[in-house]
Design a protein around this ligand. Structure first.
Ligand code: FAD
Length: 492
């Protein structure tokens, strides 16, 4: 049929994956159409994810820091007055600055943005129905985009438990970021990064927290030693940390949301039903694969809604690619961006007959994770438990921040830096770094160095002999390598 728009590549979804793919493709000279149902670019990450959560977490961290100053002779006098409307306004301004910037960057690159909800209607056509307001309402007006190549970057959304009542006291991360008011008692359903970050914000603003997690510990995926420190430092925020516990029922009552728990494992005791002023559902995110008409283009979607791709980000249909949350774990913005660049380069290479570009591939060894809580927890590569499970012998270098001059000067010496090196016989005592984790303030800003070390195959000497500035928290990475090497004799 006749198309309203014709392009080299259409990108479905304007999140970190989608806009990065569109920009890279345009920079490489392709004619690009970007389809997005929201009124701004940036997807979950900029609008209701990474960025707004960090705007609020920054404020919470400053508040916590200031509250410690009284003991050092700096007293601001009493509890802070919190104006949530003003705080929400600050967060909105941060989002506006970034999404506005993206709009300008799209214009500069002559990327055509089509606002609306896109569905494949064939192997080379997407039909876009215009959306209005916050992106939920459809306006009925439709446009057909014809493409040579497509990149699916439609992302994911929060999982909602089927038994949760429809009630304004039950929210997902988007609702929590809306920050309407500060509840007295809040339940965080799911002990992952997103739930714990939002819990940190609300608890600093004055809420008492409970958290319930089905698995045997909070922050699954992180090294248990790191989580132990986090939990000890954060214990005062919680009335109840429930692990190995299932949430099985919830009821809206005038007093609050009444939630019922059951053991997820034999021998676990759970409390009687509890009533909360706010319940945050943070039990994971589900990909949007089943909502884009993929079957019309012949693209396979898994039962759970993911789209499988090869290392060039290609789906089972050779001219259609997929990137970001929709292709699988870890659901992180920095992963989406790197995958986006690969897809755009492969496509440009193919359309322009450039073999080098066409052979681009996603082969990152590791993808770092960060919980931007207080303290932060950051990790990358193998954890000690994973090494054990895989039968890999490792040499450990652990540097406690109680021995870091800077951490002590900051009054925040509860952290540590832990590095793991290959200690298998084949490594002959010069094993490369396999993983690392940091718990402590600014851990997230330091984990990139460990990721670089892993990508470059560094060993204890490479890292330990690299001169880190003194006194910094980053110095702890060099010291941890020296500990592993057995040459750590003095501490700063
Ligand atoms: P998304 O960002 O989900 O973007 C998909 C876009 O596609 C959306 O804008 C959507 O409107 C649009 N779309 C979907 N279907 C259609 C359609 N049919 N037609 C038109 N448009 C469509 N990650 C980090 O790395 N660091 C963090 O600190 C971090 N914090 C987070 C905090 C929260 C509260 C949440 C919820 C997530 C956080 N994440 C974080 C995860 C991060 O937001 C995602 O990994 C990232 O946004 C994925 O990018 P994406 O491009 O794959 O998809």
């Amino acid at each position: 049929g006749a198309a309203d728009l014709d392009c080299d590549v259409v990108v479905l979804g304007g999140g970190p994956g989608g806009y990065s793919a569109a920009f890279r493709a345009a920079d490489l000279g392709l004619k690009v159409v970007l389809v997005e149902r929201y009124k701004t670019l940036g997807g979950v990450c900029l609008n209701v994810g990474c960025i707004p959560s960090k705007a609020l977490l920054h404020v919470a961290a400053v508040m916590d820091e200031v509250s410690h100053l009284a003991a050092l002779g700096i007293d601001y006098g009493g509890a802070p007055k919190v104006n949530v409307d003003q705080l929400r306004g600050h967060k909105e301004k941060v989002i506006g600055k970034l999404t506005g910037g993206l709009g300008q960057m799209a214009k500069m690159r002559k990327v055509t943005i089509v606002r609306g909800y896109g569905n494949f209607v064939g192997a080379n056509h997407i039909e876009v129905e215009e959306t209005t307001g916050d992106g939920q309402e459809r306006a009925g007006v439709k446009k057909v985009v014809q493409f040579k190549r497509a990149i699916i970057a439609a992302g994911s959304q929060a999982v909602h438990l089927p038994f949760m009542p429809k009630d304004e006291r039950v929210v997902d991360s988007t609702g929590a970021l809306d920050l309407k008011a500060v509840p007295k008692r809040m339940l965080i359903l799911g002990g992952g990064i997103i739930g714990l970050e939002m819990g940190t914000v609300y608890s600093t603003l004055g809420a008492r927290l409970d958290v319930v997690e089905m698995m045997d510990g909070l922050m699954q995926g992180a090294d248990r030693d790191l989580v132990k420190v986090w939990q000890k430092m954060n214990a005062p925020r919680f009335d109840n940390i429930m692990v190995n516990t299932k949430t099985v029922a919830a009821e809206a009552t005038p007093q609050g949301i009444k939630v019922t728990f059951e053991p997820a494992k034999d021998g676990v005791t759970v409390p009687e039903p509890q009533t909360y002023d706010l319940v945050l559902q943070a039990v994971g995110r589900t990909p949007n694969g089943k909502k884009i008409g993929a079957e019309k283009a012949g693209v396979s979607v898994t039962d759970r809604g993911f789209i499988d791709v090869d290392i060039q980000m290609r789906t089972n249909v050779p001219h259609i690619f997929a990137i970001g949350d929709i292709v699988g774990q870890p659901m992180l913005a920095h992963k989406a961006v790197h995958e986006a660049h690969v897809a755009a380069e492969v496509i440009a290479g193919e359309l322009q007959g450039n073999k080098e570009l066409a052979s681009a591939a996603f082969n990152a060894r590791v993808i770092p994770s960060v919980a931007y809580t207080d303290p932060e927890v950051a990790w990358v590569g193998l954890t000690e438990d994973q090494a054990k499970a895989q039968g890999i012998k490792v040499k450990k270098g652990l540097f406690p921040w109680a021995a870091s001059g800077r951490a002590i000067a900051n009054g925040r010496d509860e952290g540590f830096t832990k590095l793991l090196f290959d200690d298998s016989p084949e490594a002959h005592g010069h094993g490369r770094i396999l993983g690392g984790g940091i718990v402590g303030t600014h851990a997230g800003d330091m984990i990139g160095e460990i990721a670089l070390a892993i990508e470059m195959g560094a060993d204890t000497v490479d890292i330990g002999k690299t001169i880190h500035p003194h006194p910094t928290l980053g110095e702890s990475i060099g010291m941890a390598a020296e500990v592993a090497h057995g040459s750590c004799t003095d501490v700063p």
